[in-house]
Design a protein around this ligand. Sequence first.
Ligand code: DGL
Length: 277
Amino acid sequence: VINQPIGVFDSGIGGLSVVKEIQRLLPHEEILYFGDTERVPYGEKSPETIQRFSSQIAELLLSRGVKALVVACHTASAFALDQIQASFPVPAIGVISCGVAACAKVNSVAHIGVIGTRATIRSNLYQLLLRKQLPQVKVTAAPCPLFVPLAEEGYWEREASHLIARDYLTPLKEAGVDTLLLGCTHYPLLRPLIQQAMGPEVRLVDSATATAQSLLLLLDQGDLRKRSGEGAINCIVSDNPDRFRTVGSLFLGRPIEQIELCSASSRANEKEHIAAH
Ligand code: DGL
């Protein structure tokens, strides 16, 4: 089992920022990454759709023999992690509780802002978990839907992005937020710009590092950690591998070689089709 890969998934490319941290902390592991590039973005979809897509992907990764699952998408994590933990036979973690844990480690926090996709913020999960973990702390949440396409377009330092960031973040800044949780896979790419809009004294927290740390603990608990050999990453995407190669390499900070094209939905449809006959 130790030599089996770790399954990581996201609605698209953004989850590679989590992979980057996993590779840093667990360099011997093999990673099987699924990016649902055919159906991204999840951030504007309904809870039912997000749950259905997430289960299909978990099933696909399980069929490829993964030993653990990491839900690297905040939106999928908000709506589908419980269901995945309950219905699949491997340990699974998600970025949301890891982001909350990362906030709990920051000193002297009085007011946390959390930003994410519309669906993530609407799920209220970040707000609930933060209030539970840090009852003394004030929490203010705001969706920033345009950050995802800006990050994908490489608009990391453009004037237009600064304007949008100021528009989204000025209310949080004026409300007195001292710590801002980046509750979306794409936002770490816009870090300098977000920092500028919030001002230098506001601390930015993202969940990628905390997720890699929880994964390490999870693997150790199950005696699943690979401690030797060279690590690798294999990627599966549901559409447009060429775009994934180009933008994904930017996210990962190194070239991506192995990319397979495979839809998660066609497998599920196939199953339903077989079941219907
Ligand atoms: N991966 C998503 C998230 O972290 C952002 C992109 C999307 O909306 O699908 O919430």
